[in-house]
Structures are given as C-alpha cells and as structure tokens.
Write a new protein. Structure first.
Length: 303
C-alpha cells in the first residue's frame, strides 16, 4: 500500500485517502481546518473552551486548536470528572500533564461537586444504564463549565463514528427534532445560556483520530470506560461498525444524509425553552433534566 501523494509506505487507507504518516498528519489537520472554515466554527477573537476528557480525541483537538488558533483566539480546557475510578482519574492526570506542558488554562468540574455523587456511586444505587444518567450530567456540566469560563463556543472532539451513532439513535427513536440539531455547529444556538457546540472532527473517523494522536506522541490510555458498551448506544455502536465493515462509507453517508435533512430545518426548530426553576439555565421543562436527577440522587442513599 503506497501513499497516494509521495509513493512511500502508507500507514492508513480510509475515505480520506491512502497516506504515509507525514501526509496523513497533514491531511488530518487540513480536514479539521476546512470543517472549521466551511461551517464558520471559530471566529477571530472568540474564546473557545475545549471539552477535554484527557483522552486521545480531545487532546488531539486541543493540539490542533492550540497550533492554529492560539494567536487569534483564547483557548481554555474544561474537563468533566464523572468520578470513575481507574479510568477518569487516569485521563485527568494525562490532561493536567498536557495542559501544564503546553501552558493551556484548564478547569475541572465534577459530578461530585454538582450532584454530591460520583458516577461509581450513582451506579450502585441507580438502576438502568449508567450512560443515561452520565449523559445528562455531562451535557449539563459542559454547558455550565463553558458559561463559567465565559466561552463563546465549546469545541468537542466528536468524530464521525460518534455522530453516526447519534444520528441513528435519533432516527430509531423517531426524534427528528433532536437529529437536526446535530452537525458541526450544534445546539440551540440562539438560546441565551446555551454555549454553542462545535465539532471540528466531524468528518474524521475513530481510526484516524486514534492514529493522529499516536503519530503526534499524544499520551493516552486506550482502555474504555468500564460502563461503556451497555444499552442502546452500545448496540447502535456495534451495528454501525458492522455496517461499515460490510458497506464501506456507511458512516459518512449517514452523516451526509443528516446534513441534507438538516438544511430544511432552522437551528432551534421545534424547541420552546423555559428557564430551569432551580439553576436558571435553559430547559424545555420547568426543572431541567440535570437538576431533576440531582434531586433524585440527593434523596437516595450515598454509597
Ligand atoms: S461510557 Fe457511559 S458512563 Fe462511561 S463516561 Fe461515557 S457516558 Fe459516562
Ligand atoms: Zn506521503
Ligand atoms: Zn437546572
């Protein structure tokens, strides 16, 4: 397998090309920058919060945004600590090392501080799939953290695999309103209190983000969260992988179809927003999902 640009040995072959290490790194950065440009994700002078778990994807994103936008923008790293022993505590150490080494300002917000419980503790008393509760708290805290650090946008390292999962999950649940809020620039962008989310890695897949981090010497652990792979998302994730193996290009087609459908909808279509009675952040209901969950957790015994 030869690099399509220089003819030397290729290290990867995907929809984005068959490339050697050097040309792959170059193309990866070009695709990220062209996504930023095409969707107007970052404007000069904006303060960008990078949602940084300390994993390979978010460190790669922080690496590229720091490399190209540090002079024109302020970059701050925000980390949500779910409280998962043997997993998040390790990635947080990696995140701190990285931010200290490259002089990136960082802030950490934890489930424990917000809801009084770690994810490990929540799983001991709460029935159901851990990711459901975790997703509610993480989405809330990312927005809360981004507001607290006065960010104009929050950049997440969601890649093509993550987004294809989101699209299929929304389709299977017949939730078109939610699906059309996906994309490179997502969220209810006109609502005060919501920091818009941007996804510069939308057109890069899992295999590419993993290789990019390795080739750039980004230290990352490759063990997944102990609660990953359960429930609906786990099922969809496995099905998409199988689909991609049998029909190459499926993930990209899923994303492209979503982007086409999205064109017919406005960013805030179908959403009527109130303010949460407890925290004051925008919410579809009188009390937001995170405050409702927090109330439930406070009442259940701490383990
Ligand atoms: S896999 Fe589930 S429990 Fe683990 S961090 Fe992700 S959402 Fe939370
Ligand atoms: Zn090459
Ligand atoms: Zn609330």
């Amino acid at each position: 397998m030869e690099c399509e640009i220089c003819g030397s040995e290729a290290v990867i072959s995907t929809n984005n090309g068959t490339l050697c290490a050097e040309h792959f790194k170059q193309r990866f950065e070009e695709i990220t920058l062209s996504t930023i440009k095409r969707y107007g994700l970052i404007k000069k002078g904006e303060r960008i919060a990078v949602a940084n778990s300390g994993g390979k994807d978010s460190l790669s994103l922080l690496y590229i945004l720091s490399k190209y936008f540090k002079k024109s923008n302020e970059i701050v790293s925000i980390t949500i600590d779910e409280g998962i022993k043997g997993y998040r505590d390790k990635t947080i150490e990696i995140m701190k090392d990285y931010c200290n080494k490259y002089e990136v300002e960082y802030k950490i917000y934890s489930y424990k501080d917000f809801a009084g419980r770690t994810m490990d503790s929540i799983t001991k008393t709460r029935t159901g799939i851990p990711c459901s509760a975790c997703g509610v708290l993480r989405r809330y805290l990312i927005n809360y953290a981004a507001s607290e650090v006065h960010a104009d946008k929050v950049a997440t390292a969601h890649n093509m695999d993550d987004e294809a999962e989101n699209v299929i999950m929304n389709l299977v649940q017949n939730d078109i309103d939610k699906m059309v809020r996906l994309g490179a620039y997502s969220g209810i962008i006109k609502e005060k209190g919501f920091v818009p989310r941007i996804k510069p890695f939308l057109f890069l897949n899992e295999k590419e983000t993993m290789l990019f981090s390795m080739l750039n010497g980004i230290n990352a652990i490759h063990t997944p969260c102990p609660y990953a792979g359960m429930g609906f998302r786990g099922l969809i994730s496995r099905k998409i992988k199988q689909m991609e193996t049998e029909f190459t290009g499926s993930k990209r087609n899923v994303i492209n179809a979503m982007l086409e459908i999205k064109k017919g909808y406005s960013a805030d279509s179908g959403i009527k927003m109130n303010k949460c009675r407890y925290c004051g952040f925008p919410s579809a209901n009188d009390i937001c999902e995170a405050c409702k969950l927090k109330e439930e957790l406070v009442k259940s015994p701490v383990v």
